[in-house]
Design a binder for this molecule. Sequence first.
Ligand SMILES: NC(=O)C1=CN([C@@H]2O[C@H](COP(=O)(O)OP(=O)(O)OC[C@H]3O[C@@H](n4cnc5c(N)ncnc54)[C@H](OP(=O)(O)O)[C@@H]3O)[C@@H](O)[C@H]2O)C=CC1
Ligand SMILES: N[C@@H](CC=O)C(=O)O
Ligand code: NA
Length: 428
Amino acid sequence: MIKIGLLGLGTVGSGVVTIMENNKESIRRKVGTSLAIEKVLVKNLDKERDLDIDSRVLTSNIEDIVYNPDIDLVVELIGGEEPACQYIKEAINRGKSVVTANKLVIAKHGTEILKLAREKGVQVSYEGSVGGGIPIIRPLKESLAANRIHEIYGILNGTTNYILTKMTREGRKFQEVLAEAQKLGYAESDPSSDIEGYDAAYKIAILASIAFETSIDISSVYVEGIDGISVDDIELARELGYVIKLLAIGKRCERGLDIRVHPTFIPRSHPLALVSDVYNAVYLHGDAVGDVMSYGKGAGQMPTGSAVVADIIQVARDIHSGRVVTPSLDTTIKHRVVDINEIENSFYLRLQVRDKPGVLAQITKVLGDNKVSLASVLQKHRLTTVVPLVLITHPVKEQFINKSLKELKKIEDVVSIDSLIRVEEESI
Ligand SMILES: NC(=O)C1=CN([C@@H]2O[C@H](COP(=O)(O)OP(=O)(O)OC[C@H]3O[C@@H](n4cnc5c(N)ncnc54)[C@H](OP(=O)(O)O)[C@@H]3O)[C@@H](O)[C@H]2O)C=CC1
Ligand SMILES: N[C@@H](CC=O)C(=O)O
Ligand code: NA
């Protein structure tokens, strides 16, 4: 029998317990022995729980797990940076393998954790940390290992994809849909990490570190969330043949790696445009395999539980068979993450301008002087003196767009610059 110490019994922890109970026999056959949840760490011992679990296994003392010699495998599902990171390291130091779904900890401290695990001869698996139930970490490490990966595009956050889908299809309000996503267990305990794009940034940093065999400094990843996206932008995107998605991008480029997360106009015909609700997808290109796309539920109790239990089965099987498997270190190649100002993109720009002769000429002059050329212009007719003007540019470096914006703000008849959203057209 393999004994497990579970840290956390919230959304994902409860999913893990349920799956292990529902599929007990099949899991036992796959591992070669039975699995037992020996202890479960929670914060609040008095909390009412929907789950049928013997209250004697609950503890609020981490030492009951990391200092427990009977426990072979620690499953970390408390979330956040600390104390989760410290608990993971404590477990490894005591010779226990670890399974976690904590993208924040893996993105920030993965290199150090994997190195420690190698030294101690234990495993660390984290399939649930990216794309929830979608198998992506192991396929990237193993099934696609023959390839040199050129680029990865991902819809990697279930909460924001759910919000954007409901705003687009049902015209619903941002805050109302966010509350629903929280109720459904999709959002992080602090949902600003989802909304502001950090959750997706941790995930693309994890994928990029595996795909590009490097260590990504998370502070070098450009991050922008969906909090500035309005119903007007969603409607205009639709009219122009696009959908808006929070896109995570990891690409090799001339001067290093291009890694970023931001709302993006995606052509409606692209497969990623069809990824809706809580679904996530990863679309990548390898030199041998060509294009590959993985799709599935990116958040929620049972989909994430599925990935975590799969990791548990894999690690437990190795422990049971006495096979020593330590994590590979994907950090051998040094790459520079290129500053966003150096990256080229097409842009959608929405302004409010006074409907007067010559305004458009002033705007195009500023853009032209800054090397920004226009792919399309759309002026909306209104029975008002101030009207929306929508521009789509050809690809241009961010620094030139930023300089143009500063100058556009100085034009008297430009009342406001309401939106600037990147457009992915040619490369995906
Ligand atoms: N929810 C999702 O869809 C997904 C989540 N993840 C990741 O999985 C992890 C868990 O997420 P989720 O289940 O949603 O989180 P929840 O907030 O639902 O659950 C957290 C659990 O951890 C316990 N806990 C929190 N802090 C401590 C602490 N300091 N000491 C002891 N116990 C603690 C809580 O105890 P108590 O019950 O007593 O409050 C609770 O049981 C996170 O890393 C998250 O990013 C990954 C993919 C998808
Ligand atoms: N909060 C995350 C949960 C899964 O990683 C999300 O919404 O995707
Ligand atoms: Na996954």
